[in-house]
Write a new protein. Structure first.
Length: 150
């Protein structure tokens, strides 16, 4: 068998994601919010009035999980659902003042965390890493590994 798990890109990405999430969770623990909830709150503050589908698409989370997360964030007083005036079938999601204040507190923590992740990287290396990871993501969107070049 000629396969080295420690050189497997999928394994390395997963290991990195798990460690990154664990550390970021510690950094924002005092705010009683998870990294997943943070991404939702940030997007809603960033783009006031998103629909659930738009929020799902912009955070890469499935709509079933989004519904439960929005429920929790509503109970925490961070988000609110409002029926759309033009089409009552559509529900728009808005941040509360509490959410806006929370985002203002967490953005500097998130920025420092991102800088920590790329400590000792040159600006060129940071840009290259982002570019390469986006290329990996685009490959994953194709969905069929059997169609890949060998």
């Amino acid at each position: 068998m000629q396969f080295d798990m420690d050189l497997s890109l999928g394994f390395i990405l997963n290991r990195t994601s798990i460690q990154s999430k664990a550390l970021f969770t510690q950094k924002i623990k005092e705010f009683d919010i998870s990294p997943e909830q943070w991404s939702l709150v940030f997007r809603v503050v960033e783009s006031n009035g998103l629909t659930q589908k738009e929020l799902s698409d912009s955070t890469y989370k499935d709509q079933a999980n989004i519904t439960r997360s929005i429920d929790r964030l509503e109970r925490k007083g961070l988000l609110k659902r409002v029926s759309n005036q033009m089409d009552r079938r559509i529900i728009n999601i808005y941040p509360t003042e509490k959410a806006i204040n929370l985002v203002e507190k967490i953005i500097p923590i998130s920025s420092r965390f991102n800088n920590y992740l790329t400590e000792n990287f040159t600006e060129e290396e940071k840009n290259q890493l982002i570019k390469l990871l986006n290329k990996v993501y685009k490959n994953l969107l194709k969905g069929d590994i059997n169609e890949s070049k060998k």
